[in-house]
Design a protein around this ligand. Sequence first.
Ligand SMILES: *[C@@H]1O[C@H](CO)[C@@H](O)[C@H](O)[C@H]1NC(C)=O
Ligand SMILES: *[C@@H]1O[C@H](CO)[C@@H](O)[C@H](O)[C@H]1NC(C)=O
Ligand SMILES: *[C@@H]1O[C@H](CO)[C@@H](O)[C@H](O)[C@H]1NC(C)=O
Ligand SMILES: *[C@@H]1O[C@H](CO)[C@@H](O)[C@H](O)[C@H]1NC(C)=O
Length: 412
Amino acid sequence: MQVSRLKTRILCLMIVNGVIFILVDLSRKLGQDKQSDKVLISDKRFWKKQVVSEAFWNRRQQRLDYFHNPLFTSPVYSNSTSANVEPVVSADWLNDTSPEDPCEPDHAVATQVKDYDSLPERFKDFLLYMRCRSYPMLIDQPGLCSEAPFLLLAVKSLAPHFDRRQAIREAWGRAGLVSGHKVVTVFLLGNAMTTDHFPDLKGMLQHEAGLHKDILQWDYRDSFFNLTVKEVLFLDWLADKCPTAHYIFKGDDDVFVNTRRILTYLSGLKGNKARDLFIGDVITGAGPHRDKKLKYYIPESLFMGQYPPYAGGGGYLYSGEVGLRLRNISQHISLYPIDDVYTGMCLERLGLAPEKHKGFKTFNIEEKYRDNACAYEGLMLVHSRTPQEVIHIWSWLQDPTLNCQTVTKDSK
Ligand SMILES: *[C@@H]1O[C@H](CO)[C@@H](O)[C@H](O)[C@H]1NC(C)=O
Ligand SMILES: *[C@@H]1O[C@H](CO)[C@@H](O)[C@H](O)[C@H]1NC(C)=O
Ligand SMILES: *[C@@H]1O[C@H](CO)[C@@H](O)[C@H](O)[C@H]1NC(C)=O
Ligand SMILES: *[C@@H]1O[C@H](CO)[C@@H](O)[C@H](O)[C@H]1NC(C)=O
Protein backbone atom coordinates (compact mmCIF):
# COMPACT_ATOMS: atom_id res chain seq x y z
CA MET A 1 0.00 0.00 0.00
CA GLN A 2 2.79 2.40 1.05
CA VAL A 3 4.75 1.61 -2.10
CA SER A 4 1.85 2.20 -4.50
CA ARG A 5 1.05 5.58 -2.84
CA LEU A 6 4.65 6.65 -3.36
CA LYS A 7 4.41 5.55 -7.01
CA THR A 8 1.32 7.71 -7.63
CA ARG A 9 3.00 10.66 -5.95
CA ILE A 10 6.06 10.36 -8.21
CA LEU A 11 3.78 9.97 -11.24
CA CYS A 12 1.91 13.17 -10.28
CA LEU A 13 5.19 15.09 -9.90
CA MET A 14 6.34 13.91 -13.30
CA ILE A 15 3.10 15.02 -14.93
CA VAL A 16 3.32 18.47 -13.28
CA ASN A 17 6.94 18.81 -14.41
CA GLY A 18 5.99 17.86 -17.94
CA VAL A 19 3.21 20.45 -18.06
CA ILE A 20 5.55 23.18 -16.76
CA PHE A 21 8.16 22.23 -19.37
CA ILE A 22 5.61 22.40 -22.20
CA LEU A 23 4.32 25.79 -20.97
CA VAL A 24 7.83 27.29 -20.71
CA ASP A 25 8.84 25.95 -24.09
CA LEU A 26 5.62 27.23 -25.66
CA SER A 27 6.01 30.73 -24.21
CA ARG A 28 9.63 30.85 -25.39
CA LYS A 29 8.62 29.91 -28.92
CA LEU A 30 5.84 32.51 -28.90
CA GLY A 31 8.32 35.15 -27.65
CA GLN A 32 10.78 34.24 -30.38
CA ASP A 33 8.10 34.54 -33.05
CA LYS A 34 7.23 38.01 -31.83
CA GLN A 35 10.86 39.16 -31.86
CA SER A 36 12.03 37.32 -34.95
CA ASP A 37 12.33 40.54 -36.95
CA LYS A 38 14.46 42.17 -34.23
CA VAL A 39 18.24 41.89 -34.00
CA LEU A 40 19.35 40.62 -30.63
CA ILE A 41 22.90 42.07 -30.74
CA SER A 42 23.25 45.78 -31.20
CA ASP A 43 25.32 46.77 -34.19
CA LYS A 44 26.19 50.05 -32.51
CA ARG A 45 29.58 50.67 -30.94
CA PHE A 46 29.56 49.94 -27.27
CA TRP A 47 32.21 52.63 -26.69
CA LYS A 48 32.31 56.20 -27.77
CA LYS A 49 34.03 56.96 -31.00
CA GLN A 50 37.40 58.60 -30.44
CA VAL A 51 37.95 61.97 -32.01
CA VAL A 52 41.28 63.18 -33.28
CA SER A 53 42.73 65.49 -30.65
CA GLU A 54 43.56 69.10 -31.39
CA ALA A 55 46.70 68.87 -29.28
CA PHE A 56 49.85 67.53 -30.85
CA TRP A 57 51.07 65.23 -28.07
CA ASN A 58 47.62 63.68 -27.71
CA ARG A 59 47.45 63.11 -31.46
CA ARG A 60 50.90 61.52 -31.49
CA GLN A 61 49.80 59.25 -28.67
CA GLN A 62 46.60 58.29 -30.47
CA ARG A 63 48.74 57.34 -33.42
CA LEU A 64 51.07 55.23 -31.25
CA ASP A 65 48.05 53.57 -29.66
CA TYR A 66 46.65 52.83 -33.07
CA PHE A 67 49.83 51.14 -34.25
CA HIS A 68 50.41 49.30 -30.99
CA ASN A 69 46.87 48.25 -30.20
CA PRO A 70 46.74 44.52 -30.87
CA LEU A 71 43.01 44.89 -31.69
CA PHE A 72 43.74 47.04 -34.68
CA THR A 73 46.78 45.17 -35.94
CA SER A 74 45.67 41.59 -35.34
CA PRO A 75 44.75 39.75 -38.56
CA VAL A 76 41.30 38.90 -37.22
CA TYR A 77 40.37 42.56 -37.32
CA SER A 78 42.50 43.81 -40.15
CA ASN A 79 39.84 42.97 -42.77
CA SER A 80 36.96 43.80 -40.58
CA THR A 81 34.33 46.14 -41.89
CA SER A 82 32.48 45.86 -38.61
CA ALA A 83 31.57 49.25 -37.18
CA ASN A 84 32.90 48.59 -33.71
CA VAL A 85 36.53 48.36 -34.84
CA GLU A 86 36.81 51.71 -36.44
CA PRO A 87 39.79 53.57 -35.10
CA VAL A 88 40.29 57.25 -35.52
CA VAL A 89 42.83 58.20 -38.16
CA SER A 90 44.16 61.71 -38.49
CA ALA A 91 45.06 63.16 -41.89
CA ASP A 92 48.62 63.90 -40.84
CA TRP A 93 49.24 60.18 -40.16
CA LEU A 94 48.47 59.25 -43.72
CA ASN A 95 50.29 62.20 -45.23
CA ASP A 96 53.41 61.55 -43.19
CA THR A 97 56.23 63.79 -44.33
CA SER A 98 58.37 63.12 -41.25
CA PRO A 99 61.83 61.73 -42.01
CA GLU A 100 62.19 57.99 -41.68
CA ASP A 101 65.06 58.36 -39.24
CA PRO A 102 63.39 59.48 -35.97
CA CYS A 103 66.55 61.35 -34.98
CA GLU A 104 66.55 63.63 -38.01
CA PRO A 105 64.82 66.93 -37.20
CA ASP A 106 61.12 66.49 -37.99
CA HIS A 107 60.19 69.70 -39.80
CA ALA A 108 56.67 68.43 -40.47
CA VAL A 109 55.81 69.51 -36.91
CA ALA A 110 55.87 73.13 -38.10
CA THR A 111 52.61 72.50 -39.97
CA GLN A 112 51.16 69.99 -37.51
CA VAL A 113 51.34 72.19 -34.41
CA LYS A 114 48.82 74.99 -34.72
CA ASP A 115 50.84 77.87 -33.25
CA TYR A 116 54.33 76.46 -33.89
CA ASP A 117 55.83 79.72 -35.12
CA SER A 118 54.85 81.67 -32.01
CA LEU A 119 56.06 79.02 -29.53
CA PRO A 120 59.17 79.65 -27.38
CA GLU A 121 62.37 78.11 -28.80
CA ARG A 122 62.51 75.31 -26.24
CA PHE A 123 59.21 73.93 -27.57
CA LYS A 124 60.45 74.01 -31.15
CA ASP A 125 63.62 72.16 -30.07
CA PHE A 126 61.52 69.62 -28.23
CA LEU A 127 59.06 69.09 -31.09
CA LEU A 128 61.74 68.76 -33.77
CA TYR A 129 63.42 65.90 -31.86
CA MET A 130 60.42 64.43 -30.08
CA ARG A 131 60.66 61.11 -31.92
CA CYS A 132 64.33 60.56 -31.10
CA ARG A 133 65.01 58.44 -28.04
CA SER A 134 68.38 56.90 -28.62
CA TYR A 135 71.67 58.75 -28.46
CA PRO A 136 75.20 57.33 -28.40
CA MET A 137 76.84 56.80 -25.07
CA LEU A 138 79.94 58.90 -24.47
CA ILE A 139 80.89 57.48 -21.08
CA ASP A 140 79.73 54.11 -19.74
CA GLN A 141 80.83 52.08 -16.72
CA PRO A 142 80.87 48.46 -17.83
CA GLY A 143 80.66 45.84 -15.12
CA LEU A 144 79.23 48.22 -12.57
CA CYS A 145 76.40 45.80 -11.84
CA SER A 146 78.36 42.54 -12.20
CA GLU A 147 77.29 41.96 -8.62
CA ALA A 148 73.58 42.73 -8.29
CA PRO A 149 73.06 46.01 -6.39
CA PHE A 150 70.44 46.02 -3.69
CA LEU A 151 69.99 49.74 -4.27
CA LEU A 152 70.99 51.67 -7.38
CA LEU A 153 71.17 55.43 -6.83
CA ALA A 154 70.69 57.18 -10.17
CA VAL A 155 71.32 60.90 -9.86
CA LYS A 156 70.36 63.38 -12.59
CA SER A 157 73.24 65.80 -12.87
CA LEU A 158 74.72 68.33 -15.29
CA ALA A 159 78.32 68.29 -16.45
CA PRO A 160 79.36 71.48 -14.55
CA HIS A 161 77.94 70.24 -11.19
CA PHE A 162 81.24 68.73 -10.00
CA ASP A 163 80.74 69.91 -6.41
CA ARG A 164 77.24 68.47 -6.10
CA ARG A 165 78.42 65.09 -7.29
CA GLN A 166 81.39 65.10 -4.94
CA ALA A 167 79.18 66.02 -1.97
CA ILE A 168 76.84 63.16 -2.83
CA ARG A 169 79.77 60.71 -3.07
CA GLU A 170 81.03 61.79 0.34
CA ALA A 171 77.59 61.70 1.91
CA TRP A 172 74.39 59.92 0.96
CA GLY A 173 75.64 58.46 -2.33
CA ARG A 174 78.63 56.64 -0.90
CA ALA A 175 78.81 53.42 -2.86
CA GLY A 176 79.82 50.02 -1.53
CA LEU A 177 78.41 48.02 1.34
CA VAL A 178 75.99 50.14 3.39
CA SER A 179 74.25 48.49 6.39
CA GLY A 180 75.08 45.16 4.75
CA HIS A 181 73.54 46.06 1.37
CA LYS A 182 75.33 46.66 -1.89
CA VAL A 183 74.77 50.23 -3.05
CA VAL A 184 75.81 51.46 -6.52
CA THR A 185 75.72 55.14 -7.49
CA VAL A 186 75.59 56.55 -11.03
CA PHE A 187 75.33 60.13 -12.26
CA LEU A 188 73.26 60.63 -15.41
CA LEU A 189 74.62 63.27 -17.77
CA GLY A 190 73.85 64.56 -21.21
CA ASN A 191 76.17 66.83 -23.08
CA ALA A 192 76.75 70.41 -21.95
CA MET A 193 76.98 71.88 -25.44
CA THR A 194 79.23 74.76 -26.38
CA THR A 195 76.24 76.04 -28.41
CA ASP A 196 74.57 76.64 -25.01
CA HIS A 197 77.71 78.60 -24.02
CA PHE A 198 79.04 75.95 -21.67
CA PRO A 199 82.82 75.96 -21.32
CA ASP A 200 84.56 72.84 -22.57
CA LEU A 201 84.39 70.43 -19.64
CA LYS A 202 85.17 67.25 -21.54
CA GLY A 203 88.66 66.72 -20.14
CA MET A 204 87.59 67.29 -16.55
CA LEU A 205 84.62 65.03 -16.93
CA GLN A 206 86.76 62.25 -18.36
CA HIS A 207 89.14 62.61 -15.45
CA GLU A 208 86.24 62.47 -12.99
CA ALA A 209 84.76 59.42 -14.71
CA GLY A 210 88.11 57.60 -14.56
CA LEU A 211 88.59 58.51 -10.91
CA HIS A 212 85.16 57.58 -9.58
CA LYS A 213 83.73 55.24 -12.22
CA ASP A 214 80.21 56.50 -11.61
CA ILE A 215 79.55 58.78 -14.61
CA LEU A 216 77.14 57.80 -17.38
CA GLN A 217 77.02 60.26 -20.24
CA TRP A 218 75.06 60.34 -23.49
CA ASP A 219 75.54 62.60 -26.47
CA TYR A 220 72.45 64.78 -26.43
CA ARG A 221 71.87 68.34 -25.33
CA ASP A 222 71.29 68.40 -21.57
CA SER A 223 68.31 70.73 -21.21
CA PHE A 224 65.22 70.82 -19.03
CA PHE A 225 62.91 69.56 -21.78
CA ASN A 226 65.35 66.75 -22.55
CA LEU A 227 65.10 65.29 -19.04
CA THR A 228 62.62 62.78 -20.47
CA VAL A 229 65.32 61.71 -22.90
CA LYS A 230 67.55 61.19 -19.84
CA GLU A 231 64.79 59.07 -18.31
CA VAL A 232 64.33 56.74 -21.31
CA LEU A 233 68.10 56.44 -21.87
CA PHE A 234 68.54 55.50 -18.22
CA LEU A 235 65.75 52.90 -18.43
CA ASP A 236 67.41 51.38 -21.51
CA TRP A 237 70.73 51.31 -19.68
CA LEU A 238 69.05 49.71 -16.67
CA ALA A 239 67.52 46.94 -18.79
CA ASP A 240 70.77 46.32 -20.70
CA LYS A 241 73.44 46.83 -18.07
CA CYS A 242 71.89 46.59 -14.65
CA PRO A 243 68.70 44.48 -14.83
CA THR A 244 69.50 42.73 -11.54
CA ALA A 245 69.20 45.87 -9.39
CA HIS A 246 66.64 45.16 -6.66
CA TYR A 247 65.63 48.78 -6.10
CA ILE A 248 66.28 52.08 -7.80
CA PHE A 249 66.31 55.57 -6.40
CA LYS A 250 66.22 58.23 -9.12
CA GLY A 251 66.55 61.86 -8.17
CA ASP A 252 68.18 65.26 -8.55
CA ASP A 253 71.69 66.28 -7.50
CA ASP A 254 70.43 69.05 -5.18
CA VAL A 255 68.62 66.84 -2.69
CA PHE A 256 69.56 65.26 0.61
CA VAL A 257 68.76 61.56 0.83
CA ASN A 258 68.74 59.53 4.02
CA THR A 259 70.13 56.38 2.42
CA ARG A 260 70.13 54.37 5.63
CA ARG A 261 66.47 55.14 6.25
CA ILE A 262 65.69 54.01 2.69
CA LEU A 263 67.67 50.78 3.14
CA THR A 264 65.83 50.01 6.38
CA TYR A 265 62.49 50.62 4.68
CA LEU A 266 63.40 48.44 1.68
CA SER A 267 64.68 45.56 3.82
CA GLY A 268 61.24 45.32 5.41
CA LEU A 269 59.35 44.93 2.10
CA LYS A 270 57.92 41.62 0.95
CA GLY A 271 55.79 40.12 -1.82
CA ASN A 272 53.69 42.34 -4.09
CA LYS A 273 54.62 45.44 -2.15
CA ALA A 274 58.29 44.83 -2.96
CA ARG A 275 57.63 43.89 -6.58
CA ASP A 276 55.31 46.79 -7.46
CA LEU A 277 57.06 49.44 -5.37
CA PHE A 278 56.90 53.03 -6.59
CA ILE A 279 56.93 55.70 -3.89
CA GLY A 280 57.68 59.38 -3.68
CA ASP A 281 56.05 62.75 -3.19
CA VAL A 282 52.97 62.03 -5.29
CA ILE A 283 51.03 64.82 -6.94
CA THR A 284 47.46 64.03 -7.93
CA GLY A 285 44.80 65.92 -9.85
CA ALA A 286 47.32 68.22 -11.52
CA GLY A 287 47.26 69.46 -15.08
CA PRO A 288 49.45 71.51 -17.38
CA HIS A 289 50.26 75.09 -16.41
CA ARG A 290 48.92 77.58 -18.94
CA ASP A 291 50.85 80.60 -17.68
CA LYS A 292 53.51 81.37 -20.28
CA LYS A 293 55.91 82.75 -17.66
CA LEU A 294 56.17 79.47 -15.72
CA LYS A 295 58.94 76.93 -16.15
CA TYR A 296 56.30 74.21 -16.45
CA TYR A 297 54.14 76.05 -18.99
CA ILE A 298 52.63 73.80 -21.66
CA PRO A 299 50.62 75.30 -24.54
CA GLU A 300 47.20 73.89 -25.40
CA SER A 301 48.41 73.12 -28.89
CA LEU A 302 50.82 70.61 -27.31
CA PHE A 303 48.82 68.88 -24.58
CA MET A 304 45.25 68.74 -23.40
CA GLY A 305 43.88 66.87 -20.42
CA GLN A 306 44.82 66.11 -16.84
CA TYR A 307 48.09 64.64 -15.64
CA PRO A 308 48.00 61.19 -14.10
CA PRO A 309 49.26 60.88 -10.51
CA TYR A 310 53.04 61.30 -10.59
CA ALA A 311 55.90 61.47 -8.13
CA GLY A 312 57.85 64.74 -8.05
CA GLY A 313 61.10 64.37 -9.99
CA GLY A 314 63.23 65.50 -7.03
CA GLY A 315 63.45 61.85 -6.09
CA TYR A 316 61.45 58.64 -6.01
CA LEU A 317 62.04 55.01 -5.26
CA TYR A 318 60.94 51.94 -7.20
CA SER A 319 61.66 48.26 -7.65
CA GLY A 320 63.90 46.85 -10.37
CA GLU A 321 60.88 44.95 -11.72
CA VAL A 322 58.90 48.19 -12.08
CA GLY A 323 61.97 49.74 -13.76
CA LEU A 324 62.01 47.03 -16.42
CA ARG A 325 58.26 47.32 -16.95
CA LEU A 326 58.60 51.11 -17.28
CA ARG A 327 61.30 50.59 -19.86
CA ASN A 328 59.04 48.34 -21.95
CA ILE A 329 55.95 50.53 -21.77
CA SER A 330 57.91 53.74 -22.41
CA GLN A 331 58.40 52.61 -25.99
CA HIS A 332 54.65 53.02 -26.42
CA ILE A 333 54.35 56.46 -24.83
CA SER A 334 55.27 59.62 -26.72
CA LEU A 335 57.97 61.72 -25.09
CA TYR A 336 56.55 64.52 -22.96
CA PRO A 337 58.68 67.58 -22.08
CA ILE A 338 58.28 67.15 -18.31
CA ASP A 339 60.06 64.02 -17.13
CA ASP A 340 58.22 63.20 -13.92
CA VAL A 341 54.82 63.63 -15.60
CA TYR A 342 56.06 61.32 -18.35
CA THR A 343 56.97 58.64 -15.80
CA GLY A 344 53.46 59.07 -14.33
CA MET A 345 52.00 58.50 -17.79
CA CYS A 346 54.01 55.28 -18.15
CA LEU A 347 52.93 54.05 -14.71
CA GLU A 348 49.31 54.74 -15.56
CA ARG A 349 49.62 52.57 -18.66
CA LEU A 350 51.07 49.80 -16.53
CA GLY A 351 48.05 50.03 -14.25
CA LEU A 352 50.27 51.11 -11.36
CA ALA A 353 49.70 54.11 -9.12
CA PRO A 354 52.68 55.82 -7.48
CA GLU A 355 52.23 55.81 -3.72
CA LYS A 356 52.72 58.88 -1.58
CA HIS A 357 55.24 58.44 1.20
CA LYS A 358 55.51 61.20 3.76
CA GLY A 359 59.27 60.75 4.02
CA PHE A 360 59.74 62.45 0.65
CA LYS A 361 59.91 66.21 1.18
CA THR A 362 60.37 67.65 -2.29
CA PHE A 363 58.86 70.92 -1.06
CA ASN A 364 61.28 71.13 1.88
CA ILE A 365 60.50 70.98 5.60
CA GLU A 366 59.41 73.79 7.88
CA GLU A 367 62.11 76.38 8.32
CA LYS A 368 62.33 76.01 12.10
CA TYR A 369 63.41 72.35 11.73
CA ARG A 370 66.00 72.79 9.02
CA ASP A 371 68.93 72.92 11.44
CA ASN A 372 67.61 70.11 13.60
CA ALA A 373 69.49 66.86 12.99
CA CYS A 374 66.52 64.82 14.18
CA ALA A 375 64.28 66.30 11.52
CA TYR A 376 66.38 64.44 8.96
CA GLU A 377 66.64 61.16 10.80
CA GLY A 378 63.16 59.95 9.97
CA LEU A 379 62.78 61.27 6.43
CA MET A 380 63.96 59.78 3.15
CA LEU A 381 64.53 62.85 0.99
CA VAL A 382 64.47 66.60 1.23
CA HIS A 383 64.78 69.16 -1.56
CA SER A 384 66.72 71.35 -1.97
CA ARG A 385 70.18 71.36 -0.29
CA THR A 386 73.53 72.80 -1.34
CA PRO A 387 76.63 70.56 -1.43
CA GLN A 388 77.80 72.06 1.89
CA GLU A 389 74.43 71.43 3.51
CA VAL A 390 74.46 67.86 2.22
CA ILE A 391 77.87 67.24 3.85
CA HIS A 392 76.78 68.95 7.05
CA ILE A 393 73.46 67.08 7.46
CA TRP A 394 75.19 63.79 6.70
CA SER A 395 77.73 64.41 9.47
CA TRP A 396 74.89 64.98 11.95
CA LEU A 397 73.38 61.62 11.10
CA GLN A 398 76.74 59.85 11.60
CA ASP A 399 76.93 60.99 15.21
CA PRO A 400 76.47 57.86 17.37
CA THR A 401 75.26 59.99 20.28
CA LEU A 402 72.39 61.44 18.24
CA ASN A 403 69.21 60.70 20.16
CA CYS A 404 65.98 61.64 18.47
CA GLN A 405 63.47 60.23 20.96
CA THR A 406 62.28 63.64 22.06
CA VAL A 407 61.67 65.21 18.68
CA THR A 408 58.07 66.18 18.05
CA LYS A 409 56.06 64.35 15.44
CA ASP A 410 55.27 67.36 13.25
CA SER A 411 58.91 67.88 12.33
CA LYS A 412 58.68 64.80 10.14
C1 LIG B 1 41.65 39.26 -45.35
O1 LIG B 1 41.42 39.54 -46.70
C2 LIG B 1 42.23 38.80 -47.61
C3 LIG B 1 41.96 39.28 -49.03
O2 LIG B 1 40.65 39.73 -49.15
C4 LIG B 1 41.93 37.30 -47.42
O3 LIG B 1 42.74 36.53 -48.27
C5 LIG B 1 42.21 36.92 -45.97
O4 LIG B 1 41.84 35.56 -45.75
C6 LIG B 1 41.41 37.78 -45.02
N1 LIG B 1 41.79 37.51 -43.67
C7 LIG B 1 40.91 37.26 -42.71
C8 LIG B 1 41.49 36.97 -41.34
O5 LIG B 1 39.71 37.30 -42.86
C1 LIG C 1 50.49 66.73 -47.28
O1 LIG C 1 51.49 67.48 -46.63
C2 LIG C 1 52.05 68.53 -47.43
C3 LIG C 1 53.20 69.16 -46.66
O2 LIG C 1 52.87 69.35 -45.30
C4 LIG C 1 50.94 69.52 -47.78
O3 LIG C 1 51.48 70.53 -48.62
C5 LIG C 1 49.84 68.80 -48.52
O4 LIG C 1 48.76 69.67 -48.78
C6 LIG C 1 49.33 67.61 -47.69
N1 LIG C 1 48.35 66.84 -48.44
C7 LIG C 1 47.21 66.42 -47.93
C8 LIG C 1 46.35 65.60 -48.81
O5 LIG C 1 46.89 66.67 -46.78
C1 LIG D 1 67.43 67.46 -27.03
O1 LIG D 1 68.65 66.91 -27.52
C2 LIG D 1 68.76 66.88 -28.92
C3 LIG D 1 70.06 66.18 -29.27
O2 LIG D 1 71.15 66.86 -28.79
C4 LIG D 1 68.71 68.30 -29.45
O3 LIG D 1 68.81 68.29 -30.86
C5 LIG D 1 67.40 68.95 -29.03
O4 LIG D 1 67.37 70.28 -29.43
C6 LIG D 1 67.26 68.87 -27.53
N1 LIG D 1 65.94 69.34 -27.14
C7 LIG D 1 65.76 70.34 -26.29
C8 LIG D 1 64.36 70.67 -25.96
O5 LIG D 1 66.69 70.96 -25.81
C1 LIG E 1 60.03 43.57 -21.50
O1 LIG E 1 59.95 43.19 -22.85
C2 LIG E 1 60.78 42.09 -23.20
C3 LIG E 1 60.74 41.92 -24.69
O2 LIG E 1 59.45 41.93 -25.18
C4 LIG E 1 60.29 40.87 -22.44
O3 LIG E 1 61.09 39.75 -22.74
C5 LIG E 1 60.37 41.15 -20.94
O4 LIG E 1 59.84 40.06 -20.22
C6 LIG E 1 59.62 42.41 -20.58
N1 LIG E 1 59.92 42.73 -19.20
C7 LIG E 1 58.98 43.05 -18.30
C8 LIG E 1 59.45 43.27 -16.92
O5 LIG E 1 57.81 43.16 -18.59
